[in-house]
Design a protein around this ligand. Structure first.
Ligand SMILES: [Zn+2]
Length: 168
């Protein structure tokens, strides 16, 4: 399910709505600028609710696959960013002191706001500063793997060419 970018988060919280789906990658310009490529949709699962003091809250998770540069071999490595979401919706910075422990403030000044922007923020915060291939998958050794393949092919071919020469 493709999610609407513009939502009324307070209304969703009042109604206790759960949003599950994907955001279009084309709108994630800041994330695109931060990685080599975005290789999958931004998947989210978000529960909107009111806490015991009737503050609107959003909890859940977001994930997306991106290509980044491995800092060991400088080749591309595909990683999945997974981040937990825990936001409290507030009207202005004046309410920052009211934000519950373990929640981040989400300042929404109007009725409607861009959900994909705040989720993109969370993903950017979760993006590792340095990235590596898994052990054994990194090509960061001293040999050119292409040259190695050519060598193997050459050594496989040679016994046959010798046999053919003998037949002649
Ligand atoms: Zn690597």
């Amino acid at each position: 399910m493709s999610l609407p970018a513009q939502i009324d988060p307070r209304k969703l919280a009042l109604q206790g709505i759960c949003l599950e789906g994907e955001f279009a990658v084309k709108n994630l310009t800041r994330l695109k600028d931060s990685v080599e490529a975005v290789t999958g949709a931004l998947k989210v699962s978000l529960q909107f609710s009111l806490d015991e003091s009737r503050q609107p809250m959003v909890t859940g998770s977001a994930s997306i696959c991106v290509d980044v540069v491995c800092q060991r071999c400088l080749d591309i490595v595909n990683i999945e960013i997974n981040t937990a979401i825990a936001l409290q919706i507030i009207w202005s910075e004046d309410q920052l002191s009211n934000v519950a422990p373990n929640y981040e403030p989400w300042i929404v000044v109007d009725k409607f706001t861009d959900l994909d922007v705040v989720i993109e923020d969370e993903v950017l915060l979760a993006l590792p500063i340095v990235n590596y291939h898994n052990i054994g998958e990194c090509t960061g050794d001293a040999f050119d793997t292409k040259a190695d393949t050519n060598l193997e092919e050459a050594s496989i071919e040679s016994p046959f060419s010798v046999l053919q020469q003998l037949k002649k």
